[in-house]
Write a protein that binds this ligand. Sequence first.
Ligand SMILES: Cc1cc2nc3c(=O)[nH]c(=O)nc-3n(C[C@H](O)[C@H](O)[C@H](O)COP(=O)(O)OP(=O)(O)OC[C@H]3O[C@@H](n4cnc5c(N)ncnc54)[C@H](O)[C@@H]3O)c2cc1C
Length: 317
Amino acid sequence: MTGEQVLVIGAGVQGLTCGVVLAEAGWPVRIRTEDRPRATTSAVAGAMWGPAQLRPAEPVLYWVTRSHAEFTALARDDTSGVHLCAGRMAARFDLGDAVPTEARLIPDLRRCTPDDLPEGFTSGYRGTVPLIDMPRYLDHLVARFRDAGGDLQLSPVPTLADAAAEASTVVNCTGVGARELVGDPGVHPVRGQHVVVRNPGIDEYFVELTDSGEFTSYMPHGDRVVLGGVAEAQEWNRVVRPAVSAGIRRRCAAIEPRLGEAEVLEELVGLRPGRESVRVEVEHYEGARIIHNYGHGGCGVALSWGCAFEVADLAEG
Ligand SMILES: Cc1cc2nc3c(=O)[nH]c(=O)nc-3n(C[C@H](O)[C@H](O)[C@H](O)COP(=O)(O)OP(=O)(O)OC[C@H]3O[C@@H](n4cnc5c(N)ncnc54)[C@H](O)[C@@H]3O)c2cc1C
């Protein structure tokens, strides 16, 4: 910890979590963001803590493990937007017996019996995981950041040189925006769309495990349920597509008929920051240390606490 100002760029889940960890460690922190927290991709996410099959494999395992502990603790706080939820992760093919290492963190993980699988699904697991109601959770992070003395400004950062001129330590959490800010052509959008409905009484989640661009997921958060999903690579369009929403509802209703009739509250689009591997590393640039933290794909929430603690370690030098 020093008295030196840190500039965090971005107020999605990564930027805000880094802001909280750094500010609570005593750093003076300013976050500059182009979009309000509730207008980021992070606000669109479902969101579920779950196994993260991303690269680099070893740090990702550490980040997702560390985050599981934080989210489990946050679930004890009613105001955080996090709760522990039972449900199923299922596939239309045989998942085999091997489970990702981090799945062992799920205390009650067990294979679904054939009776526990929806029609068309071949195998799956049942278990309790943290579910994160993102709009509420981002509000919680903003409040926690401000309570720790952090300063949040709605002000885009035009170039890394501007950031380096403002602070000697910069944390770059710009998600898909890193493509332009850093000039990293490896960052690409993976478009997602959600339909949010009034909860007709659902208290378990369902997530389809697949590599396909279309899948079925629903996650209850109190009076709302977030329905998904799609993953459209290289697609920048943020406009809601009615046909995609209709497909999402149809697939969800096939598993949970009550979702077919539920009142639609909103439809949302977000761009997952795809990259071959997550980038958490220091770059020395125009006299400043830029700590990059972007490219978390479809797992940015699940990795957020682990990445933020790693960023804080890098800031400490
Ligand atoms: C439909 C959908 C479902 C998902 N479900 C899950 C899930 O269940 N679990 C999970 O872990 N993840 C999930 N994700 C992925 C997750 O949402 C992302 O990985 C995560 O939100 C990325 O967070 P971020 O903070 O890096 O980026 P973002 O949330 O995109 O935030 C980027 C921030 O940078 C700012 N910014 C960009 N450029 C500049 C600039 N030049 N100057 C200033 N500010 C700038 C933006 O304004 C924004 O504040 C899902 C994503 C989608 C779309």
